[in-house]
Design a protein around this ligand. Structure first.
Ligand SMILES: O=P(O)(O)OC[C@@H](O)[C@@H](O)c1c[nH]c2ccccc12
Length: 274
């Protein structure tokens, strides 16, 4: 079993347990069922913003502990002040050290689009995402057959949420694109082998139809890379570890985004300061 298969098997058990403890009726009483989502599609594609989706990730199966002490309140607010377009919050506890509480806290302190980063295999998890204030869910093509992925995307849309579909090869992209998606992400890290290669993004960007907002995910460590990815056609960039591995992730994000804005101005020939 590869790591993705292991995680997916675990998620099916987790959903069965959770749904018997917290029934759907209870989830639906959350105030967030009445509130409108903040559009990730709109914020990420806004040319006035950086397009960066800044991720809160404490640990990962590939890296182990990344940052176990960072505060969700300080980090999420700091990310947004630094110029992020949106937040991505890991809610998986077992493999990534995240929690639903982290997302609830991020929601409490920020008005911005929030992506629930987890492994979604069931409608229950989408209702739960809505109940904690998430605006967007992630659906992983490598983890779902195309028909099921489409059903789950349609369900999220019926709740007014947005959907980011993640792929890492041309076949997944071909087979799983459907009309219920808002954003398409190219993951530079294989969830099966953990290998990271930015070439994946450059190779696939032109195969994403223009109606979808295009995101490059994982392994981005330099502001220069963002300029290249943007010039290649990406609207958004999902960045976790580069910020989180710092003892002050919000400060790392601030420095990174400042540098990125400077490079962008230079590449447009609009250098105002020395
Ligand atoms: O920390 P990185 O290399 O910047 O990557 C962020 C994000 O792309 C990565 O965490 C991720 C992409 N797809 C996922 C699916 C599940 C869990 C995590 C992920």
């Amino acid at each position: 079993m590869n790591i993705l298969e292991k995680i997916i098997a675990f998620k099916h058990i987790e959903v069965a347990e959770k749904s018997s403890l917290v029934p759907v009726k209870l989830l639906e009483q959350s105030i967030y069922f009445q509130s409108k989502v903040v559009s990730m599609k709109k914020y990420v594609a806004d040319p006035e913003k950086t397009g960066i989706i800044a991720e809160f990730k404490r640990k990962s199966p590939s890296k182990g502990a990344i940052n176990v002490t960072a505060s969700i309140e300080k980090t999420s607010i700091g990310y947004m002040q630094a110029g992020a377009s949106a937040l991505s919050i890991l809610t998986d506890k077992e493999f990534f050290g995240g929690s639903i509480e982290d997302l609830k806290m991020a929601r409490k302190f920020n008005f911005c689009p929030i992506l629930r980063k987890d492994f979604i295999v069931d409608e229950y998890q989408i209702l739960e995402s809505k109940s904690i204030g998430a605006d967007c869910i992630l659906l992983i093509a490598a983890a779902l057959d195309p028909k099921r992925l489409k059903e789950l995307a349609a369900f999220a849309k019926s709740l007014g949420m947005e959907v980011l579909m993640e792929v890492h090869d041309a076949q997944e992209l071909d087979e799983s694109l459907n009309e219920h998606l808002d954003l398409v992400g190219i993951n530079n890290r294989s969830l099966k082998t953990f290998e990271v290669d930015l070439k994946t993004s450059f190779d696939l960007v032109n195969s994403i139809p223009n109606e979808f907002v295009k995101i490059s995910e994982s392994g981005i460590s330099k502001p220069e890379t963002l300029v290249e990815l943007k010039n290649a056609g990406f609207d958004g960039f999902l960045i976790g570890e580069t910020f989180m591995k710092s003892s002050r992730p919000h400060q790392a994000a601030y420095n990174f985004m400042n540098e990125y804005r400077k490079l962008l101005r230079e590449s447009k020939g609009l250098v105002l300061e020395k």
